[in-house]
Design a protein around this ligand. Structure first.
Ligand SMILES: O=P(O)(O)OC[C@H]1O[C@H](O[C@H]2O[C@H](CO)[C@@H](O)[C@H](O)[C@H]2O)[C@H](O)[C@@H](O)[C@@H]1O
Length: 320
């Protein structure tokens, strides 16, 4: 039988070839112990010889091992999450898993609904991008089969980012050049990680270096940063540290309009687009891709054996 013909085979064809009922084939596929060893052997032989490959979604519907991982991002258009998802996919594809990707939009109710759907679909495990106010109890049905990214948790394994370290690196880069007038473009502190922790790091560096703080906080978007740029700019400003590359893009665009080529800009994210559009900027690399890989590795460990709840912090580095 050619691979194409084998692909067209259905569970009913296998049942007929093995001389058993469709439900028996289904039980063999889900490793149901109630199937007699001789029957199992016969069905498995037909499967081997015909080259039949059961579809992952059909297996999942039957309640067997689906070999599917649910990935719950917060925003499908987030460059940082896209990098982390690429890292996740690389690891899970190599381990012969597929992915279902859903979006929470930072909403607890949506997260709960998506988790319920993933549970019904019988996915093997989930990787969830957490957010401020995220409640780990939502993942109770996936105990030992879940990993949270971007925020640290207690009851569920996690991979978080070094939010303070990344801003300290950017500040050190500018203060090392002797700059004293460094502003900051951040995110609303209600966002604990990208907002509060990164702002804290800026304020701590200012205190250490005797720099007068000058900052604004807004949304995660480049237009928010673009609009707020004038409020952190004076004739003295030498540099603006931004909480993300998206914000750095908004700031750099506004500086370009004002012809302030004297003001240096840094971002967080190591986004190619920032460097391409504004070559005079630099960006701290928080290791999003690696964080995604580590989260996927951690989840696979949980799925293979009952690994302990583990918390990893992804270190940041400068791009040079
Ligand atoms: O514009 P981006 O490239 O997406 O970067 C902005 C930040 O996005 C991520 O933080 C936001 O989403 C997290 C879930 O992935 C959430 O926990 C956090 O509260 C949000 O601010 C990313 O974690 C940050 O590193 C990016 O800077």
């Amino acid at each position: 039988m050619t691979p194409k013909q084998a692909q067209k085979l259905t569970i009913l064809d296998i049942a007929k070839l093995a001389g058993v009922g469709k439900s028996t084939v289904s039980r063999v596929l889900t490793h149901d112990p109630r199937v007699k060893p001789a029957t199992r052997e016969k069905v498995e032989q037909v499967i081997r010889e015909s080259g039949y490959v059961p579809s992952k979604s059909a297996q999942s519907m039957r309640g067997g091992n689906s070999r599917v991982i649910g990935i719950l991002v917060s925003r499908l258009d987030s460059p940082s999450e896209n990098k982390a998802v690429r890292g996740i996919l690389e690891v899970i594809y190599a381990a012969d898993y597929d992915a279902v990707i859903m979006e929470s939009q930072f909403c607890t109710d949506k997260t709960r609904e998506h988790i319920a759907v993933l549970e019904k679909r019988n996915v093997d495990g989930v990787i969830v991008f957490g957010f401020s106010g995220f409640d780990c109890a939502i993942l109770d049905s996936f105990t030992q089969r879940a990993v949270v990214i971007a925020v640290d948790t207690d009851s569920v394994s996690s991979v978080s980012y070094d939010n303070k370290g990344m801003i300290s690196l950017a500040m050190a880069q500018f203060t090392g050049k002797g700059l004293k007038h460094i502003s900051y473009m951040g995110v609303d502190p209600a966002d604990r990680t990208t907002g509060q922790l990164r702002l804290d790091a800026y304020l701590e560096a200012c205190a250490q270096q005797h720099i007068e703080p000058c900052y604004q906080t807004g949304e995660l978007s480049y237009d928010s940063a673009y609009t707020l740029t004038d409020a952190v700019l004076s004739t003295q400003t030498q540099a603006i540290v931004c909480a993300s590359d998206t914000l750095a893009m908004g700031v750099a665009k506004r500086l370009q309009e004002l012809n302030r080529t004297d003001v240096l800009v840094s971002g967080v994210g190591a986004t190619d687009l920032l460097q391409f559009m504004f070559p005079n900027t630099f960006s701290v690399d928080p290791g999003y891709f690696d964080a995604g890989q580590r989260a996927a590795d951690l989840l696979l460990q949980h799925l293979r054996q009952s690994a302990d709840v583990t918390h990893l912090v992804q270190r940041s580095c400068l791009p040079f």
